[in-house]
Design a protein around this ligand. Sequence first.
Ligand code: HEC
Ligand code: HEC
Ligand code: HEC
Ligand code: HEC
Ligand code: HEC
Length: 328
Amino acid sequence: MVTGPCGSCHIMHASKQGIAQTPNRWLTTSDCLGCHTGTNSASGATPYVLTTGVSDLTGALAGGNFYFSSLTPANGHNPVGIGPPAVVTPPGWKVGFAANDQVGGGAASATWTSSQLNCDGTWGCHGGHYDNDMHGAHHHPPPSNPGQFINPTDTGSSYRFLYRIKGYEDSHWEFAKTATTHNVYYGAARTADLPQDVQTISYFCAECHGIFHSGAGNIEGVARDSGFASPWIRHPVDVTMPLDGASPAGSVDYDSTTATYNVNAPLASTSVPTASGSDVSASSNRIVMCLSCHEAHATPYYASLRWDYRGTAGSWSNGCGYCHTSKQ
Ligand code: HEC
Ligand code: HEC
Ligand code: HEC
Ligand code: HEC
Ligand code: HEC
């Protein structure tokens, strides 16, 4: 929730006070990107998602840094203001696919041909996918257990203003994250191909990248057969990573000896705790999600990945190897 004098964020009569540009929505002094551009610090009160002139993710928050997609569009999202995107239509988008339908108010208007991604609004990520849904979010009172967003009823009560998504918010947006100080993403252990739980972080991504989220038996939104099993046609998401010693041996084995949360390959949890911890030894907090491999905004790497998947040997395999331990 924002605090401080109204005038540090709002301007009532923009023209009279010599501001040349069109007044911003909600009479704020700047637009989303204007307020959210800067350099993060340990005591910073505003989360900055665009920090220019840097070479790596030092100081970046949980979503990464849009600077890298402004330099190389394929390295992440390019909402309006960050420069032209690599592609306009989200990869994995399918008109009429259930998860996608809410964007643009329904499948009928679900074409991206001339609509660049935005921070919020119909073609945006924060708030529901329609205009003005950010209204009131910044002033929304925090939940009774600070950080624990378990009952999202509107944008302001949702995890990071992502409409109806649940999660635990690190108080400093993962600035200097550690195994015990981090966001906890909400995930689900799926039992069917199509999305069942619409409050997971992976479902959020699927609102635009729908067909990347489905189970093994589902191709492009059309059910191939019932049930889901290997082989998958895209990497499993919203599934539990088998516990140590599970069969088949060596399939996956995240941090086998200590089972400690690894900030480089985060796992989601089927419940939202009151604080973040380091234990990922129970099947309920070993859920693979989109953000296990990707960051939400942009990174120095292709496809906003957490590591250099397309890099040279020695670096390319590291990320996959966090989970597929025996293949490192
Ligand atoms: C740190 C920045 C900040 C401060 C300080 C701030 N606001 Fe806001 N306010 C915002 C932003 C950003 C929005 C637009 C987005 C939203 O509603 O979440 C907003 C939206 C609003 C809205 C429309 C949405 C709603 O919540 O009703 C009103 C009214 C408002 N502010 C009044 C105030 C008043 C009065 C004060 C001083 C007591 C104040 N604001 C202080 C940032 C701020
Ligand atoms: C006037 C400046 C201002 C504007 C304009 C503004 N923000 Fe913010 N925003 C802030 C501040 C300050 C915070 C930190 C508030 C807090 O600590 O809860 C914040 C927090 C956030 C957060 C983090 C919320 C959380 O749960 O921690 C998100 C997401 C966000 N803003 C998105 C947006 C989007 C999207 C827009 C445009 C619609 C926008 N902001 C416009 C100042 C602004
Ligand atoms: C509101 C729709 C929307 C949501 C929600 C969304 N994306 Fe995207 N995504 C897009 C669009 C549009 C593009 C292509 C344009 C661009 O990159 O800006 C894209 C591109 C991408 C790319 C490829 C980068 C590139 O430039 O080619 C990745 C990776 C990606 N998204 C991952 C995610 C992840 C992970 C999530 C969830 C945290 C997510 N997206 C949520 C709309 C969305
Ligand atoms: C966050 C943990 C995690 C990360 C990171 C990860 N995987 Fe996986 N992967 C899994 C899990 C869990 C399964 C499902 C295994 C099972 O249930 O037997 C899986 C399954 C697979 C499969 C088999 C799919 C099938 O049809 O059965 C392949 C191939 C694969 N992963 C490749 C990769 C590659 C390549 C990377 C790096 C880009 C990667 N994984 C990163 C956890 C992960
Ligand atoms: C196991 C790791 C892993 C997980 C989990 C994962 N991705 Fe990816 N994703 C990748 C890799 C690696 C690439 C780059 C593929 C390449 O280089 O060809 C990629 C590429 C993408 C792209 C760009 C596609 C393109 O055509 O360039 C999008 C969009 C995307 N992922 C979205 C998602 C979404 C949405 C989810 C969750 C539903 C998700 N990913 C889960 C590893 C993953």
